[in-house]
Ligand binder design. Structure first.
Ligand code: 9MR
Length: 448
């Protein structure tokens, strides 16, 4: 692979970000005094939730339920709300196990993510052999019935799960549902909205974490299309099942930010990372950090409580060991969640610069402040006057820009970044590691 100047800059940025992240939360350290001591409480400090998948048949296990009640404020049924569980025979609905989970959660003051209304997998036998309009109608009836039954009790529904193909196509996965017509997904969303107008409606998938992957791009284009046509979609779920063959990508923040910029919430819905010790803890830290740095990343759910509860237990991918003890990964997540609460002072240096192009025309770049943390803050720049802009962003020492989105960036020096359009519109953003200097950057615009 040839490293272009741009990719070198990107690699440098990624390692800078990881260094900054590592500095923000010391793995293995106890939470600072005054910090929250559970995942749910720590996430709530920034208005987010921290959830887990729950299996109904484990609710009698007191270690399991003890951790669940103590640590998590959002619950997803691991299997009990899927199509095969809730409609085992056509037209006959069965909510026993799902209700046990929903009631346990709500009695404990927790919210519930609904998973999942329509999916090619875990279909009841009667549905697997259906096709055409009878399948389409059966699917829509299922969405309507289940979403209506739980109306008012669900924070967000995974309306459609895993509908895109793996690999390089960027297109839809073949399935009996897909063969009913490409509009099956939007039809499912419309039915869900009609049945429960209060729930957020999400599209949920895996292997959509890396911004440069075709599958990620395919889902992005669908959400963009849905937003432009008024299809009711509120959120995108990133399952986030990671292991050594599918590690946390260095552009994870970019992926979350770019989806959020479409006007949807983003949620990490099934997080687990195979591994152990500090390497696993660091990856958990990076994922948590990525969510915290995106305003519309509203929460994180891990896919199970103890390693032994996991669908891939041999990979020890969760935050508690088989005995229910907190792992290093737990502490790193908790510390990052606790670090997301210090807003810091606000500074008001340069906000807007207009410059004229010698050839006529001009542009204006306006800086607006984004989220702030103890160690870093986000900023966004909106350009008006041209689609062909070149914006210079200058930060003051010891500040460093450690991540960017919606722009193609190059560096003139450590403190001076030149930003150009990358096809994602005229608002771009960046994260500044401030080193104690809260001054806003200066921005100036010229026509390219
Ligand atoms: O964790 C779930 C496991 O118990 C089931 O056997 C499996 C069946 O498909 O589904 C697992 O959960 C999946 C989730 O519903 C969708 N994304 C992938 C999850 C892990 O396979």
């Amino acid at each position: 692979m040839t490293l272009t100047a741009k990719s070198v800059a990107r690699v440098t940025l990624v390692s800078a970000l990881l260094t900054a992240v590592a500095g923000a939360a010391v793995i293995g350290a106890s939470p600072a005094s005054g910090a929250a001591s559970t995942l749910g409480a720590a996430a709530q400090q920034s208005g987010r939730y921290f959830g887990t998948a729950v299996a109904a048949n484990k609710l009698g296990d007191s270690t399991y339920t003890g951790i669940l009640n103590r640590e998590f404020d959002m619950v997803t049924a691991e299997n009990e709300m899927k199509m095969d569980a809730t409609e085992p025979n056509q037209g006959q609905f069965s909510y026993g196990n799902a209700d046990r989970i929903v009631n346990q959660a709500r009695n404990q003051g927790k919210r519930v993510r609904g998973h999942a209304l329509a999916w090619h997998s875990q279909q009841p036998g009667w549905m697997q052999n259906m096709s055409g309009s009878s399948l389409r109608n059966a699917m829509l009836n299922h969405v309507t019935q289940v979403a209506s039954y739980y109306r008012g009790k669900i924070y967000a529904w995974d309306v459609v799960n895993e509908a895109f193909a793996d690999g390089s196509s960027g297109g839809r996965r073949d399935s009996n549902l897909q063969r009913t017509g490409n509009d099956w997904i939007e039809a499912a969303f419309r039915a869900a909205r009609a049945a429960d107008s209060g729930a957020k409606l999400c599209y949920n998938d895996y292997n959509t974490d890396n911004w440069s992957h075709a599958k990620t791009q395919g889902v992005y284009r669908m959400v963009q299309d849905f937003k432009s046509r008024g299809v009711p979609i509120d959120c995108v779920g990133f399952q986030a099942h990671f292991n050594s063959g599918n590690p946390v990508p260095s552009n994870y923040h970019t992926t979350l930010q770019n989806f959020a910029a479409l006007g949807v919430d983003v949620q990490i819905t099934e997080l687990d990372i195979e591994g152990s010790g500090s390497s696993q803890a660091q990856q958990y830290q990076g994922v948590t950090q990525a969510c915290l740095s995106v305003a519309r990343c509203t929460g994180i759910t891990v896919w199970g409580i103890r390693d032994s509860d996991s669908w891939r237990a041999s990979g020890t991918p969760l935050l508690f060991d088989g005995g229910g003890n907190k792992k290093a990964a737990y502490t790193s997540v908790l510390n990052v969640l606790n670090s997301g609460t210090n807003p810091g002072p606000t500074s008001t240096t340069t906000t807007t610069t207009t410059s004229s192009n010698p050839g006529g025309g001009g542009c204006t770049a306006t800086y607006s402040e984004g989220e702030k943390w103890s160690d870093r803050f986000n900023g966004n720049v909106t350009v008006t006057g041209t689609d062909n802009w070149i914006v210079t962003v200058t930060v003051s020492s010891p500040q460093r820009i450690i991540a960017t989105w919606n722009t193609s960036a190059t560096w003139d020096s450590a403190n001076v970044m030149t930003a150009r359009p990358n096809g994602n519109g005229n608002t771009f953003g960046f994260t500044i590691s401030h080193g104690g200097n809260w001054n806003w950057p200066s921005v100036s615009c010229r026509v390219g």
